[in-house]
Write a protein of this length. Structure first.
Lengths: 108, 318
């Protein structure tokens, strides 16, 4: 999370310097911008992981343990697998559709 | 006004708005599934156009109702979430698949097989979600979480019918094509009749087999609400027949809110009959006051945004 944020700051600073000097942006900097594209999302997810895993075994620190907070309703594992399957199907469809949308136009 | 009462009012408003706006949204999907006749493609296109800009905003009210419930009535929320996990999971599957299917089929216009598949998923999910939400309400009213009971299932069917009716009435004002408009006018009237017929079933079942619910239905609030709902239904018929589409919208909204209010008011002060009352399920006053302040701050931002959204996308077509 911190690494991604720092890298994005550096890329932004590099771009600002290039813009202030009115120089054309170098290929290396363009490459860095392209590589930096997913970093924002990675930082977001990583931050989420830190908060979720970092406070274990508590769900509310000092008040309630995760083990005590979990639902007592049955078939929890079945529900987990069904919802996982649904999201896998949705993710696969989304991926397939985005590829189609992003495909260059075929001129006939 | 005690904080608990204010929280009950906020929860009631959120649920009413979800019943009407979310209901119109689900109902749109039902009509998508039931698109028939020579203008079926135009009917589908009209539904897509009507719900496209607003369907995500409509489901804000579900999230708001859920947050209100678990913040202000945590004891009852935990009990309900465990007791009704099955119908609520089914409703959740419906809501998730529905949103995804709606977007997928619109982006798959040039892949007919895929578009057809997700159109079916969209329609089916639009039935499943309101059915199981209605079923959950019926099961809640029994106080035993009996979601497979004929009464609860009948309430589920009633919920689907009301959604279809609300959608058919709401869409009228946005239709440009005279033929499609005539289709939906017929549907709005038929759906209103269907609401009366399907609505009588849970009442009949309550009278014969669910004495606790029958007692709630005999409560003066429930009787007044039922009469208001019936009168509103008649007003819907009259307004739709006379092309008073704006008036029809208010009438159908009033009908849906009256049904919900009759249930809520009939069993008050019980939240889950026999298990929790509003006060026994409530969080501390300090918690509820903090929530109410936060909700008021949020409303300052949310309400103007929603008004703007509806102004931009929901101006009358004619």
């Amino acid at each position: 999370m911190v690494g991604s944020g720092t890298a994005l700051l550096l890329i932004a600073a590099g771009w600002a310097i290039a813009a202030l000097r009115r120089r054309p942006v170098s290929r290396a900097l363009m490459g860095a911008v392209a590589l930096g594209a997913p970093l924002g999302l990675i930082a977001l997810e990583a931050g989420w992981f830190v908060t979720e895993f970092g406070r274990q075994p508590w769900i509310a620190r000092g008040l309630l343990r995760t083990a005590d907070a979990v639902t007592t309703s049955p078939d929890l594992d079945a529900r987990f697998f069904v919802f996982s399957l649904i999201y896998v199907v949705l993710a696969a469809t989304c991926w397939w559709l985005l590829r189609r949308v992003g495909r260059p136009e075929v001129t006939s | 006004v005690t904080p608990v009462l204010a929280a009950v009012a906020v929860a009631g408003i959120a649920m009413s708005l979800y019943a009407v706006l979310g209901g119109a949204d689900f109902g749109g999907g039902v009509w998508d599934l039931l698109a028939t006749g020579p203008r079926r493609a135009q009917q589908r296109a009209a539904v897509t156009e009507a719900i496209g800009p607003v369907w995500e905003a409509n489901h804000v009210w579900l999230i708001f109702a859920i947050v209100t419930s678990f913040t202000c009535f945590p004891a009852a929320f935990a009990d309900i979430a465990i007791g009704l996990y099955a119908p609520l999971s089914f409703a959740l599957v419906g809501i998730v698949l529905r949103g995804a299917a709606f977007v997928f089929r619109n982006y798959a216009a040039d892949a007919p097989t895929l578009a057809r598949t997700w159109t079916v998923v969209f329609g089916a999910a639009s039935l499943i979600a309101p059915f199981f939400l209605g079923d959950a309400v019926g099961a809640l009213a029994t106080g035993r979480y009996a979601w497979t009971s004929p009464f609860a299932l009948a309430v589920g069917a009633f919920a689907v019918t009301v959604c279809a009716q609300v959608a058919a009435v709401f869409i009228l004002r946005e239709l440009r094509d005279a033929g499609v408009c005539a289709d939906f006018r017929t549907r709005a009237i038929r759906a209103t009749i269907a609401v009366w017929i399907v609505g009588a079933i849970p009442i009949a079942l309550a009278a014969t087999s669910v004495p606790d619910v029958l007692a709630a239905l005999r409560h003066p609030v429930a009787i007044v609400a039922a009469l208001v709902a019936l009168a509103a239904g008649l007003a819907v018929m009259a307004a739709v027949a006379r092309h008073r589409d704006a008036a029809a919208r208010y009438a159908v909204g009033l009908e849906a809110v009256a049904v919900l209010g009759g249930w809520f008011g009939g069993q008050a002060p019980a939240l889950v009959p026999g298990r929790y009352s509003f006060t026994s399920a409530a969080a501390s006053d300090a918690m509820i006051v903090a929530f109410l302040v936060a909700a008021a701050c949020g409303a300052v931002l949310l309400i103007p945004s929603l008004v703007l959204l509806l102004r931009v996308f929901k101006a009358p077509a004619r």
